[in-house]
Design a protein around this ligand. Structure first.
Ligand SMILES: NC(=O)c1ccc[n+]([C@@H]2O[C@H](COP(=O)([O-])OP(=O)(O)OC[C@H]3O[C@@H](n4cnc5c(N)ncnc54)[C@H](O)[C@@H]3O)[C@@H](O)[C@H]2O)c1
Length: 286
């Protein structure tokens, strides 16, 4: 996709981090923009910023873990703007910790957001895009965590591998039917966003309650929050991200990566699989 002017973009996770950068770039490219997020307070502020850049916007508060709300987002988009051309399935959360310690509620929350959110986005928007029968584009935000594995982040890796796999598989299906819908999967390394504060964006039904589950009062849980904070705050500055992603959309580049330093780990994992070697945690101590 090279021509953006007057086209309609929908962005989930638009109230913080990457979503805000995507929205600003859409506004610069004179698109109409639907901003969607669970964080209604920041969403309002971002909506004001994007409107002040001259863009026509629609702000929708939603929870991407609920299919009906994602379908309602698609319906509102068509009702307001009559079409959808570019979808950023971007809302996401991070949870650290050992798989067997983390409460089931956290598994449900992160799978609901990082995996089901993408599935619901596809189900709600792709049929309309197919009916439009003209160029359309979807960027699913996964992570470099979907291309490799590492200790301490089992749930996040699980969801991000699923995000890469489901995007690749849908891409094949769309290609096989000669569809005009193109896709990319965005796989960044650590970037300075609000991701370490994911607990702020828990839907009510996934609330972390130490009365119900003592894990949330443990040192182990506090350590996972601290590790996430450190990784995000020492990550790459966010200012080049929108440019990287929009260049990839223009070139129809499927895998969008940001951190070449992870390539040896991705390569080693593939090599180990092909050579029948076991994963070795010591590579992360080098
Ligand atoms: N920042 C990084 O280092 C990094 C690296 C790789 C991948 N990612 C991915 O990038 C995406 C965007 O994250 P970010 O880094 O900009 O973090 P962020 O926290 O700044 O933004 C994420 C946004 O998603 C929204 N959100 C969370 N749960 C939601 C829900 N149930 N319904 C609707 N909106 C919801 C949040 O309110 C927030 O505005 C995520 O999928 C994340 O996993 C981030």
């Amino acid at each position: 996709m090279k021509d953006f002017k007057n086209k309609v973009a929908v962005i989930t996770g638009a109230a913080n981090g990457f979503g805000v950068e995507f929205a600003k770039e859409c506004a610069k490219r004179e698109m109409k923009i639907v901003l969607a997020d669970i964080d209604s307070e920041n969403l309002k502020k971002v909506d004001e910023t994007i409107k002040a850049m001259g863009a026509e916007t629609l702000a929708v508060t939603l929870d991407v873990t609920v299919y009906e709300q994602v379908q309602a987002l698609a319906d509102k988009t068509i009702e307001r703007f009559g079409q959808v051309d570019l979808l950023f399935n971007n809302a996401g959360v991070v949870v650290g910790g050992a798989a067997w310690e983390v409460p089931v509620r956290d598994w449900d929350w992160i799978i609901g957001t990082n995996v089901n959110g993408l599935v619901y986005g596809a189900k709600a928007f792709i049929p309309t895009m197919l009916k439009q029968d003209r160029e359309a584009y979807i960027v699913n935000t996964a992570s470099v965590a979907g291309l490799l594995t590492s200790p301490g982040l089992t749930i996040y890796h699980t969801t991000k591998h699923a995000a890469v796999a489901l995007t690749e598989s849908m891409y094949y299906d769309l290609q096989a039917m000669n569809s005009k819908i193109k896709m990319s999967v965005f796989c960044p390394g650590f970037v300075q966003t609000d991701l370490h504060n994911s607990y702020r964006h828990r839907p009510e039904r996934f609330a972390a309650d130490p009365q119900v589950d003592p894990y949330y009062a443990t040192e182990s849980y506090k350590r996972t929050l601290e590790v996430a904070r450190h990784l995000i705050e020492t990550g790459m500055p966010i200012d080049t991200i929108a440019n990287t992603v929009f260049s990839a959309i223009e070139e129809e580049k499927f895998y969008i990566t940001t951190h070449p330093e992870y390539e040896p780990i991705i390569g080693l994992r593939a090599k180990n699989i092909l050579e029948g070697k076991n994963p070795d945690v010591s590579i992360f101590n080098k």
